[in-house]
Design a protein around this ligand. Structure first.
Ligand code: FPP
Length: 313
């Protein structure tokens, strides 16, 4: 049986131990902007939805095809400077623009940003209103540049739950960029990973009851097609800023084999240089997808265990 491994699983660097990202001083340094400081599967089929080949960053380095980011720390960044939380989100929107540009220039194919979770609806009303305004503003002002750069805007989650002005702005930007093919920018809006899985299960149950789907039709790929992330490949690199080490209901199904980087910087401090440094760290990771190191390095690619082969007993 042939092993199917993506090319970017082979490029672990040879420079000693891999850095622990939350302790990585380089990343902490490149993320620090000059702001005034006021106060302190199965082995033989590793991926149900493999992402396209990643592209080179520089010699020996590869850019992940699908990058997903939990943009955490806007509130703390602002409060640490004696500002309102909303001002942190404004600065966060600036970091979004820079991240989109850098990703496109580096050759990322899919960038998915956690912009507003299902749980975020429970935040204070003025903060939710400010986030909705920022989102509409982003969609209205950036759609021209997105199109010029060949970036398609996509939404995961439930756009219908947004206030009309924000929903319209996003829908218009989606339509305006619909034929762009160089990169897909997905905004997670009113998104929850568990909810997406439960909704997919419910829709399959309804169709099964109507006789339109048979239990044996349902595998990982088929299931994924029912989710709002259906047009996205598996996540290669998941980044979370803000110093916390958790995934907070983001892309639970799609990030099954993602490399995860937890960064100490707050989201407004995140720059293009931080992103490129993250790509460098990603290049040094050995992605094994449940296999052994020898296997992914192309050695010992002999027979794999076949449970249906009686000679294995
Ligand atoms: C988490 O930081 C961030 C959010 C809930 C919203 C993210 C929004 C933006 C980055 C700006 C607008 C988005 C777009 C796409 C234009 P937090 O507020 O939870 O920070 P904290 O943990 O320090 O309180």
């Amino acid at each position: 049986m042939l092993l199917s491994i993506r090319k970017n699983t082979h490029n672990r660097g040879s420079n000693g131990p891999l850095p622990l990202l939350h302790e990585s001083s380089t990343l902490a340094l490149v993320a620090r902007r000059q702001y005034p400081r006021v106060s302190p599967g199965r082995p033989s089929r590793p991926s149900q939805n493999p992402s396209p080949e990643s592209v080179p960053l520089s010699i020996g380095e590869r850019v992940p095809a699908h990058v997903a980011i939990i943009m955490d720390g806007n509130g703390r960044w602002a409060q640490g400077r004696g500002l309102e939380r909303e001002e942190g989100h404004v600065e966060g929107a600036r970091a979004v623009r820079e991240t989109v540009r850098t990703s496109r220039e580096a050759g990322v194919r899919y960038l998915t940003l956690y912009a507003f979770s299902v749980a975020n609806w429970s935040r204070p009303r003025p903060e939710v209103a400010a986030l909705m305004r920022l989102l509409a503003d982003f969609a209205e002002k950036e759609r021209k540049e997105l199109r010029e750069r060949g970036i398609r805007l996509n939404v995961i989650g439930d756009l219908e739950e947004l206030p009309t002005f924000a929903r319209r702005a996003v829908e218009e930007a989606k339509a305006y960029t619909a034929d762009c093919t160089d990169m897909t920018l997905s905004l997670a809006l009113s998104y929850g990973g568990r909810r997406d899985i439960a909704d997919a299960a419910r829709s399959l149950a309804v169709r099964a009851r109507a006789g339109l789907v048979l239990p044996e039709d349902i595998d990982e790929e088929f299931f994924h097609r029912q989710m709002t992330t259906h047009s996205l490949p598996d996540v290669d690199l998941l980044i979370r800023t803000g110093g916390e080490s958790r995934v907070s209901d983001f892309l639970l199904f799609e990030a099954a084999y993602a490399e995860i980087l937890f960064l100490p910087c707050m989201w407004p401090e995140f720059t293009g240089a931080t992103l490129k440094e993250a790509f460098r760290t990603f290049s040094q990771r050995e992605r094994r997808f449940g296999l052994t190191s020898d296997q992914v390095r192309g050695q010992n690619l002999g027979r794999t265990f076949d449970p249906l082969d009686s000679s294995e007993a």
